[in-house]
Write a protein that binds this ligand. Sequence first.
Ligand code: ASP
Length: 439
Amino acid sequence: MSKVVKFGGSSLANAEQFKKVGDIIRADETRRYVVPSAPGKRFKDDTKVTDMLYACYDLAEAGKDFKKELQAIADRYREIINGLKLDLKLDDEFQTIEKNFKAGAGSNYAASRGEYLNGIIMAAYLGYEFIDAATVIFFDEDGNFDAGKTNRVLSKKLAKCDRAVVPGFYGSMPDGTVKTFSRGGSDVTGSIVAKAARVDVYENWTDVSGFLIADPRIINGPEKIEVITYRELRELSYMGATVLHEDAIFPVRQEGIPINIRNTNAPEDSGTWIVGSTCQKSRYVITGIAGKRGFCSINIEKDMMNSEIGFGRKVLQAFEENGISFEHVPSGIDTMTVFVHQDEFMHKEQKVVAGIHRLVQPDSIEIESDLALIAVVGRGMKSMRGTAGRIFAALAHANVNVKMIDQGSSELNIIIGVADDDFEAAIKAIYDIFVVTKL
Ligand code: ASP
């Protein structure tokens, strides 16, 4: 049995948090590979080290003095090292960083130093080997993650190392320069390491005890999700539920390795398990609810549209030509509606409308803004009758007007479009009916 354990920024924000992490790792000897983030916020209005690094590099790039800002970053690490009573000095590392900043090493390099330095401290604290991610995680010429090369090199390296720390968030380009994943990318590194080491579990330690059924900013104290499948998670994270980086699913999914989301501040909690498939039923018919605001619908009407071959393609072409991606396209006999992100669509609106006129000569086009989409997700819905009925009864009861319904063919989710103003009431009504009253 072996595990990869990834710790997020808040789990490593100061020496006290580092100690909790040390205790967690030492409590289970199968926790062999550790992937740390950079130190995060110590309190609400604090600044993450990654953000300090970006800001510091901006100064360097503009040719301004950045000594004070770099010193503030060095202080964050010194505080951790002293608090852990480690015999470790990062002076040489900071000299190199300063030199590279002056030489224009790039903001990717700058940001990556947060994880790099935290990895050095973590390795010293645990007595584990330190592996610089730049030597084992690779991007190709186009800047895309090179899964093949990474897996070859990394699995070979890990086979020779019993216990190691691999800093998250970055790797290297074919020319050796450092490149990072997008923000929150240490989750991705954890998944890549888990795949390469073929571990049994990828533990992702953060500051919450797992995924919640609904957003706690909308539902007061929502219940936790015990087990969720990768596919369900994809649907929910796409719709705004954030705990894990979207791309973190893919490497472990290919190997069938489960992810266990855990809380560094409450290690006794079992957290949420993310798995490929499971025979475990979720406690409720639905697994989770998530949603996003800020959509527009473009409703196109044309008599006899149903018999016009290529109509849908041409409508979507008008969006494509303007670089706008669509979210949902519910259609009727003589109508077709396209849901898009309002901020993407707004400033290109008239161009798209003109394009639709040119391409399909519709009878009318109507645009509605300030819409929200809500996804009700659950593997249990497939085998249950009346789920949609219950959702819509609850929404009607809460006085919410439903503007769009879209059930994916997988029967894994039902997407509902409502007015922005009804967004919270709709989520509350759905949570209530399935979780609180368990109807
Ligand atoms: N430190 C990086 C960030 O703040 C990456 C991570 O924490 O996963 O985005």
